[in-house]
Design a protein around this ligand. Structure first.
Ligand code: CA
Length: 459
């Protein structure tokens, strides 16, 4: 186990005594009102009664499940599947979607499962399901096996920069900002950037962007973990120079005129893997048909979301008091691919918007194993996981991915729901290209690491 995750676990363990009381309180306070069956269907349907309109061989073993989400656009398929009745359509009439106070709280809640007052699964940054499976970020390093079942979204994330740095070259390409970073590095207040959880997507996006511009994220800036909602407040008071998170937060700082967006993740890596739906393996093994029913509901929600005629309604549902609790306008423009970057730059391109079912490279929903491998490889790049994971063409990483990634269940669910035409023919999406020209070939993760100038791993 890497020192990094030992530290994370220890730090968390120390913080847990104080935090758990808050987490318990927040559960009641932030969660949605307990209105079972509000997504359609019959409330409190008995698990033994067959669900109407679902064929006998596809009757779910239970109609009840508790899924966690974080109020960013990544969670839309879960919320829409509930609110538009797609879960209920497949027999899951009692799905509770439960707002999580932070990524750490989501992790704590999946550790205990719904039986212990937590959650059975939900929305995750990557590779959280793999790290939880290996016990790298759990209490006492206890392994809690999890399955990755589908990807929820691509795009919808960005890098936000404080207003005071406007016009100083802080943009997608950082060549013009070298002197700013150098000057701040030697000052008492180094460039401070936040992500919402260490060693996962949003940490990787800001690290990739900085390193591509010649800025070492470990040596040249200060990187902190701050919950998304708090980053806006910190940026207002001037203690935060940048943060990396999901919409609506980056766009919100533009609207609030406290900052601008240097880059969308869609610019860093078009059609990139983003957040995923994953559950406790134990729940899935006990409820294989209910798992597929959940997946079918999510798939229908993803297709519904990708019809841009539905995006206004989607923004209204998500922005509601029970969910994100903000003005629908903040969601709608980025949802339509219309980004005012706040520094004079405007993007108007639906292919850059949050996409849920399909993108220009194929399926968004299908969980490509090659993308899991990129997340593991990037973890090795920054010293979060030891290099043996990617030795021998990624042998150890691939063994872990084969255990966690259940693309087989995704394919079965897609087939049963009649989405056969949208099933990819390979679980590798092949060679990926980043905005700086760097390529990731899933057949040779070591070559990718060798091609990168700034990294922590010695390779
Ligand atoms: Ca994200």
């Amino acid at each position: 186990m890497s020192d990094f995750f030992n530290q994370v676990s220890r730090r968390k363990f120390i913080a847990t005594a104080g935090a758990s009381a808050g987490a318990v309180f927040l559960k009641g306070c932030l969660g949605n009102p307990p209105e079972p069956g509000s997504g359609g269907g019959t409330a409190n349907q008995s698990t033994t009664q067959p669900v109407a309109n679902v064929s006998a061989d596809q009757q779910p073993e239970t109609t009840k499940v508790k899924l966690g989400y974080i109020p960013i656009v990544e969670s839309a398929p879960l919320i829409i599947a509930k609110e538009k009745g797609f879960f209920a359509k497949y027999g899951m009439t009692d799905v509770e979607v439960s707002k999580q106070a932070s990524w750490g709280a989501a992790r704590d809640n999946v550790e205990i499962g719904s039986a212990g007052g937590g959650i059975d699964g939900g929305q995750w940054q990557m590779p959280m399901p793999h790290l939880i499976t290996e016990g790298k970020i759990t209490k006492g390093n206890k392994p809690i096996p999890m399955y990755v079942l589908c990807q929820l979204i691509t795009h919808g994330n960005g890098i936000a920069i404080a207003d005071k740095h406007k016009g100083k070259g802080v943009t997608l390409q950082l060549a013009g900002a070298k002197s700013l970073f150098a000057q701040m590095k030697s000052s008492p207040a180094p460039f401070t950037a936040a992500k919402t959880f260490p060693a996962v997507n949003q940490d990787f996006w800001i690290r990739y962007w900085l390193a591509a511009g010649g800025i070492d994220p470990d040596a040249d800036v200060k990187l902190l973990t701050v919950p998304a909602a708090q980053t806006v407040a910190n940026m207002k008071t001037g203690t935060m120079d940048a943060f990396s998170t999901g919409d609506p937060w980056p766009y919100r700082i533009v609207k609030d005129k406290i900052g601008f967006m240097a880059a969308l993740t869609a610019e860093i890596w078009k059609d990139h893997p983003e957040e995923y739906f994953a559950m406790r393996a134990e729940w899935v093994d006990q409820h294989p048909k209910a798992t597929k029913a959940l997946l079918k509901g999510i798939m229908e929600a993803q297709q519904w979301l990708d019809n841009f005629d539905n995006r206004k309604e989607a923004a209204e549902i998500l922005s509601g008091r029970n969910y994100f609790n903000l003005s629908a306008d903040i969601l709608l423009e980025p949802f339509m691919g219309t980004y005012d970057m706040g520094d004079g730059r405007k993007i108007n391109d639906k292919s850059m918007a949050a996409l849920y079912w399909k993108d220009s490279k194929g399926s968004v929903s299908y969980p490509y194993k090659s993308h899991d491998l990129w997340f593991i490889t990037e973890s090795v790049r920054w010293g979060f996981l030891p290099p043996d994971y990617i030795a021998n063409k990624g042998e150890k990483a691939k063994a872990l991915i084969d255990k966690v990634n259940r693309e087989d269940i995704w394919k079965e669910a897609a087939k049963e729901a009649g989405f056969t035409a949208d099933i990819p023919t390979s679980t590798s999406r092949g060679v990926e290209t980043f905005f700086d020209g760097i390529k990731f070939d899933p057949e040779d993760p070591e070559a990718y690491l060798k091609s990168l100038k700034i990294k922590k791993v010695n390779i």
